[in-house]
Ligand binder design. Structure first.
Ligand SMILES: NC(=O)c1ccc[n+]([C@@H]2O[C@H](COP(=O)([O-])OP(=O)(O)OC[C@H]3O[C@@H](n4cnc5c(N)ncnc54)[C@H](OP(=O)(O)O)[C@@H]3O)[C@@H](O)[C@H]2O)c1
Length: 226
């Protein structure tokens, strides 16, 4: 029987590479994008996948998506929260309340709502599984100009460690990956003259995630720099 993965943020650069890698490995896919257009694009790229569109900061939308996936493809063996969004370029005292809230909603509240839903589906089904959240280097080492994003990503690492701790008795593993700069179309457009030799390849990150999901490691509560 194929294993099942729910991928939040599958319409993104990393999300698309992960969806492709797991599809090739024969996994059943529950995919999400924020916009209906993003969801239509995923349906075209991954025929047979169960696609949902919702904003991760909207608890009702997240509930609807998880209930839909669970009814159609069953509880997940893995759930990766790959959605996120970066805002930078201002000093710590210059951010507005709206900007702080928006960055925390996208990069911390959304992952908390989604990964905890996946956790409860796994636990209630008695199904061991893997949860993944995506951090960022400023969430480990503070840097100037990106405080709301950095604080949210720091919180995400603690969220994942908490899921790992509570998951141990149920065989539920939770890990975070912390990418450096990923080689994405958006980064290429934003930094056209950058040396890309040290940028992360999304398909290689996806390969590592497949190894983690297919049981090649007992790692849990870990932060993997990729
Ligand atoms: N790119 C990098 O260099 C880099 C470095 C370190 C960490 N990261 C982290 O890695 C992850 C993936 O990055 P990426 O470059 O693949 O990002 P991306 O191409 O910008 O894709 C982001 C994904 O998240 C979704 N998303 C964003 N906000 C959402 C919301 N509020 N509700 C639902 N979905 C939402 C987007 O959906 P729509 O397409 O529908 O908007 C899209 O699927 C993010 O968590 C990012 O913070 C990236």
């Amino acid at each position: 029987m194929p294993k099942t993965i729910y991928l939040i943020g599958a319409s993104g650069a990393l999300g698309g590479a992960v969806a492709a890698r797991f599809a090739t490995a024969g996994w059943e896919l529950g995919l999400s994008a924020r916009s209906p257009e993003g969801a239509e694009d995923l349906e075209a790229r991954f025929p047979g996948a169960q696609v949902q569109s919702f904003d991760t900061g909207d608890p009702l939308g997240a509930d609807r998506a998880f209930t839909g996936w669970s009814a159609r493809i069953g509880p997940p063996d893995a759930c990766f929260h790959l959605a996120g969004g970066y805002l930078g370029g201002k000093g710590i005292a210059e951010w507005t309340e709206t900007e702080w809230r928006a960055q925390w909603e996208t990069n911390l509240l959304g992952p908390a709502l989604c990964l905890s839903r996946a956790f409860s589906l796994m636990r209630d089904a008695g199904r061991p599984g893997l949860l993944i959240g995506v951090g960022a280097v400023p969430g480990v080492t503070p840097a100037t100009g990106k405080a709301p994003y950095a604080v949210a990503k720091a919180g995400l690492l603690h969220l994942v460690r908490g899921l790992a701790e509570e998951g141990r008795p149920h065989g539920i593993r939770a890990n975070a990956i912390v990418p450096g700069t990923i080689d994405t179309p958006a980064n290429r457009a934003a930094m056209p003259n950058a040396d890309r030799s040290s940028w992360g390849d999304p398909s290689e990150i996806a390969r590592l995630l497949l190894v983690l999901a297919e049981g090649g490691t007992a790692a849990t509560g870990s932060v993997l720099f990729v």
